[in-house]
Write a protein that binds this ligand. Structure first.
Ligand SMILES: Cc1cc2nc3c(=O)[nH]c(=O)nc-3n(C[C@H](O)[C@H](O)[C@H](O)COP(=O)(O)OP(=O)(O)OC[C@H]3O[C@@H](n4cnc5c(N)ncnc54)[C@H](O)[C@@H]3O)c2cc1C
Length: 398
């Protein structure tokens, strides 16, 4: 293999580039990214950076620079097409030939079908998005957040920490109830209400209104939220439009095999990748979290170099979210339908660990400000321990 192209210059793509060099790949590396910035970290965009507590330079994913990677870094350039059999990627007017390709184009915020293009209506994915929302928070705006998932909840928490008026609208009866169930959904709701968020649950958005700047959000029940800025935080969709007609299978992400190959010589990693996770009996997953993107980027590079001998990427997904003074962490697979037990701490004190059961095994863990315990249960999930064994561990380690 002489020339590898990595499309998507963010976390997964960068970890792939670094892994190629670490594994001794000495050929040409081309790293193409649509954004003008060098790869940067997104989690602070809804937390410390948005709050003004971290500066732009601290976001860099590779503070030491790119010289030692000997990579042709092409920023501000988008790949618009892929020819799988011809082994080329279209970038601008150029057709870039490759021997190996990493697809790491991530995901982009989902928009409301009726989302108007007026000032003050935002989504959050990039530094520019965070700067725009930060300016509203700085300017004492009344913020309306649509969606109480991780990003909506984090922005609400950041805005409340600056004492701004925040309304959060959520269609479900509890925040993230499908993922975490009603008990923890209630804890999340209480967390935000106790800090002064006007959290409205089970409500639908009818329209976002305003002439040149947003002025209000109309709800399906006829009520109205007056506001100066709106954040639409209703999830993300994998960035696969540029792969249309390429011949790769795209179905809510780039469909890969267990070793992250989408086709011979082509791998995918990060938020854009869908693959069967052998850690969970081959359940097909697409994960939109930092740790997965980092680990998958590294693994995808190794897989590309290994070809037919590539190993499967088997993992226990891990995610964190910081809201106010609470560090929420979870690992594994679970939903609000699974059996759940609180095994240490107490939900009233916003400090607890919950574990989840599927098929007799511990399949997931979620902790509020209990990082050590979450890691311990994550290991039990990786080891396919029974739920009873996890309960016994909990009894000895409350
Ligand atoms: C505000 C925010 C907060 C978050 N907080 C957390 C957190 O607390 N914990 C956690 O676990 N995860 C968090 N995440 C998720 C985490 O940041 C993502 O999972 C991670 O960024 C995914 O990395 P990626 O490289 O797969 O994709 P991305 O980071 O989405 O990067 C994809 C890159 O590809 C580029 N691109 C797209 N199409 C093309 C094209 N055709 N040609 C060239 N380039 C292209 C994009 O511009 C982008 O730069 C957060 C995400 C956001 C947005």
């Amino acid at each position: 293999m002489e020339h590898i192209v990595v499309v998507g210059a963010s976390l997964a793509g960068l970890r792939a580039v670094e892994a190629f060099r670490r594994e001794g790949f000495a050929g040409r590396l081309t790293f193409v990214g649509a954004e003008p910035d060098e790869p940067y970290d997104r989690p602070p965009l809804s937390k410390a950076y948005l709050a003004g507590d971290a500066d732009r330079s601290s976001l860099a994913l590779r503070a030491q620079g790119y010289d030692e990677l000997d990579v042709d870094l092409r920023l501000g350039q988008s790949a618009h097409s892929l020819d799988v059999s011809g082994r080329t990627v279209g970038v601008g007017d150029e057709s870039v030939a490759f021997d190996g390709l990493v697809i790491a184009t991530g995901a982009a915020p989902r928009r409301l079908p009726t989302q108007p293009d007026v000032a003050g209506v935002h989504t959050l994915r990039t530094i520019a998005d965070s700067d725009a929302i930060g300016a509203w928070i700085e300017g004492d705006a009344r913020l309306c957040v649509i969606g109480a998932g991780f990003i909506g909840a984090e922005v609400a928490a950041t805005a409340r920490s600056r004492n701004r008026a925040v309304t959060v609208l959520e269609a479900l009866p509890q925040p993230m109830v499908r993922g975490v169930g009603p008990v923890i959904g209630e804890v999340l709701a209480r967390l935000h209400r106790a800090r002064g968020v006007d959290l409205r649950l089970g409500v639908g958005v009818d329209a976002i209104a305003g002439d040149s700047t947003v002025e209000r959000v109309h709800l399906v029940d006829g009520s109205v939220v007056e506001c100066d800025a709106v954040l639409v935080a209703i999830g993300a969709v994998p960035t696969t439009d540029w792969l249309e007609g390429s011949g790769l299978t795209v179905d809510n992400g780039v469909v890969c095999d267990a070793s992250l190959h989408a086709a011979p010589g082509i791998v995918a990693a990060g938020d854009v990748c869908r693959w069967p996770n052998e850690q969970f009996d081959g359940e097909v997953m697409r994960i939109e979290h930092w740790t997965n993107a980092a680990e998958q980027g590294t693994h995808a590079a190794r897989s590309l170099l290994a070809g037919d001998d590539a190993a499967p990427f088997a993992t226990v997904p891990f995610v964190w979210s910081d809201q106010y003074d609470v560090k929420i962490q979870s690992a594994g697979r679970f939903s609000g339908e699974d059996r759940m037990e609180i095994v240490s701490g107490s939900v009233e004190e916003d400090r607890f660990v919950a574990i989840f059961e599927r098929g007799g095994r511990i399949s997931g863990v979620l902790g509020f400000s209990q990082p050590r315990r979450v890691i311990q249960y994550r290991r039990m999930i990786a080891d396919h321990e029974s739920f009873d064994a996890a309960l016994a561990f909990a009894a000895e380690n409350p």
